[in-house]
Design a protein around this ligand. Sequence first.
Ligand SMILES: C[S@@+](CC[C@H](N)C(=O)[O-])C[C@H]1O[C@@H](n2cnc3c(N)ncnc32)[C@H](O)[C@@H]1O
Length: 260
Amino acid sequence: MTLQIDVVSLFPDLFPGPLSESIPGRALARGLAELHSHDLRTWGIGRHRSVDDYPYGGGAGMVLRPEPVAGALDAVRGDDGFVILLDPGGEVFSQARAADLAARPHLVLVCPRYEGVDHRIRGMVDLELSLGDYVLSGGELPALVVIDAVLRLLPGAIDAASTGEESFASGLVEYPQFTRPPEHRGERVPEILLSGDHGAVARWRHEQSIERTRARRPDLLAAWEAAHPPAPEKPRRRPRREDAGDVPLGGVVEPGEPRS
Ligand SMILES: C[S@@+](CC[C@H](N)C(=O)[O-])C[C@H]1O[C@@H](n2cnc3c(N)ncnc32)[C@H](O)[C@@H]1O
């Protein structure tokens, strides 16, 4: 199935831009997705194809009018278009959302400019997406980021093992990676990666993922731990009277108690 992607923008020539290179470029060239960008002014108002106006109630800047966006969506959304408005106040984009979008047949991304959009435009879309807590000049860069993240998840874009092990695929950030040489300026590659013991390597990578997530993204780790509660410990057998002689000298060490 070919994913259809339509972008509505005042700067349609910004697409495909960086998406024409490397992994997204190959995904498009192989026909895994079709990307079309549309000039919002096509649906602009009057001789000047105007798309913005002053905000009611006053204030700085211009606001995107609803009619051009409505016209664009009438033309490109079709029966199956999932419409996304790029907006700093939207859901923060995530790998889980990228996977959700990659499974859909048709995405329509609306890229506003100016001080923002007439509030009625929000009622025309299925999802508002933000790239993070900062303000960019327009929705085109966020749209490029979203499309890149989606294209690389399409079956056939890259080796499935790569996307399965990447940061966030499991809810954790990725473990440290090393390549040759085995030693660089006194820093050695961890011996375990050179051991050839695949089980030990997998365990080490998993532990490293957890530790790096703990250090860098405790918010992610908390969510991961909630989804992966430790297996309940088997109840310990109470010592029988006749076992008393087995208690080691110094007695049972309780957790946290210094060992003698
Ligand atoms: C200058 S911004 C408008 C910001 C708006 N006045 C506000 O305070 O939310 C213009 C456009 O850039 C896009 N944009 C800016 N920052 C963004 C972000 N973090 N994520 C997604 N889109 C963003 C949105 O499409 C937005 O409508």
